[in-house]
Write a protein that binds this ligand. Structure first.
Ligand SMILES: [Zn+2]
Length: 435
């Protein structure tokens, strides 16, 4: 067992990589009771005789290795320490089946309450960054992406909407069973299940993007209106970033108000309070994560600007495409705001406490705008499309982006050093076209 990410050292185990999660979850809404069975198929990354699975707030009752022998384990507050009856060699495949149950609840973290959360009438999953272990045993590292099969049984008046492609949804007596399969490599923080009294609406997809909306019937009309631009956003973003990289886009609207919307793999969840015109930028932001964060994935949390800065810049691209404020106007306004903030944040390594600080988002977007001004539109968008294509459903780092940018324009190296590696806020370069 070895600790994972530098920003979340108590999560994850580097001694193995998960290939797939096979989850069977039975959830009763009224009593908030979850019974689960998880099969974790994995490959040892090094010789090891103990492995750790993160699990928080739920109790494991049995663990079996390779479908046969029960193994001994110790459950701590954050994880299962599993002693294996034999030593695994690097490259060896193994599977762990965990039977577990309990009353799922969010975990408290330096980033607030995260994970499985009861709604007024249903349940929500908001994992990022380390909430996944509140509902399934996992190797909770951003760089360990796996396939998923999730079979969720809940009360018949509710529907479970999960990440992946729905392959089954049927009522059986007083329960409703839904199954979702995802072959897209998905990080634990991007796996999700949303449970509520939701009805399904197919949104018009003018572009290539099939969009499915799940909302409480009472919110159907305002939700359809709020997301009627998603197809057009898909067209603008495909033009800017390349083909939409997921097999579907699923939008869930909760009856509850939510602090923020949140992306997961091929999905985003919004609150009842996010259906107004002011939230249009958030709709663009969450959609953009399907390229940045969900397809191009970060290897470690320190590189979070590769998700959030890019998604924020997509908001400005959408604003510009609709004839609202140009990206240049957005950049100048946010640059002025950031100048008034403390300049003590290093974009490429903001520290765990500041990884979701708004300055990471805005300075990340400004960094892209500075690159755009330096490269000109044609070379800048070619760079973004190359980034998306080269790291499609793969992991990337800030240095990977740096290498690609420098290959396009040697002076991008110094530009990124100033914007990404140093705390002082640089001035925006003068636009190429104005020279
Ligand atoms: Zn975001």
């Amino acid at each position: 067992m070895t600790a994972g990410d530098a920003y979340a050292p108590q999560s994850g185990d580097l001694s193995y990589d998960v290939v797939s999660y096979d989850l069977e979850i039975d959830y009763r809404v009224r009593t908030n009771r979850l019974e689960g069975r998880a099969v974790v198929n994995a490959i040892a990354a090094r010789t090891t005789s103990t492995v750790t699975l993160d699990l928080v707030g739920l109790r494991a009752s049995r663990i079996r290795l390779d479908g046969t022998s029960s193994v001994s384990f110790r459950q701590g507050p954050r994880a299962l320490q599993i002693g294996l009856p034999r030593r695994l060699e690097a490259g060896e495949e193994f599977s762990l089946e965990v039977v577990y149950a309990g009353a799922p609840a969010p975990r408290r973290s330096r980033w607030g309450s995260i994970g499985w959360e009861e709604l007024a009438d249903g349940a929500l999953v908001a994992n990022q960054p380390t909430g996944a272990p509140t509902w399934f045993p996992c190797n909770d590292r951003p760089d360990d992406r796996a396939r998923y099969r999730m079979r969720i049984t809940t009360d018949r008046d509710y529907v479970a909407v999960a990440t992946g492609t729905r392959v089954e949804d049927r009522v059986a007596g007083r329960r409703r069973v839904a199954e979702y399969v995802s072959d897209v490599p998905t990080a634990t923080y991007l796996a999700a299940v949303q449970i509520g009294r939701y009805a399904r609406t197919e949104l018009p997809s003018a572009g290539p993007l099939p969009v499915e909306l799940w909302a409480p019937p009472a919110l159907r009309a305002p939700a359809v209106a709020a997301f009627d631009k998603v197809a057009a956003m898909g067209v603008v973003f495909e033009d800017a970033f390349g083909a939409y990289p997921q097999p579907q886009y699923t939008i869930v609207v909760t009856a509850d108000e939510l602090e923020i919307p949140l992306e997961s793999q091929g999905m985003a969840v919004f609150g009842a309070n996010h259906l107004d015109a002011d939230s249009e930028r958030l709709v663009a932001h969450e959609l953009a994560h399907q390229w940045f964060g969900n397809s191009v994935g970060i290897e470690s949390w320190r590189d979070i600007w590769l998700n959030e800065g890019f998604a924020c810049y997509a908001e400005w691209i959408w604003s510009e495409a609709t004839g609202d404020a140009s990206a240049e106007a957005c950049a100048e306004a946010h640059h002025a705001r950031l100048r008034a903030e403390p300049q003590d944040l290093v974009l490429g390594d903001p520290g765990a406490d500041l990884m979701f600080d708004d300055r990471v988002y805005k300075r990340g977007a400004l960094t892209l705008h500075a690159l755009r001004l330096t490269l000109g539109d044609e070379r800048f968008f070619a760079l973004l499309r190359e980034w998306v294509a080269r790291y499609r459903h793969a992991l990337a780092t800030t240095d990977d982006f740096r290498a690609l940018a420098v290959a396009a324009e040697p002076s991008a190296g110094e530009l990124l050093r100033r914007w990404v590696d140093r705390p002082a806020l640089p001035r925006l370069p003068r636009a190429r076209s104005r020279r």
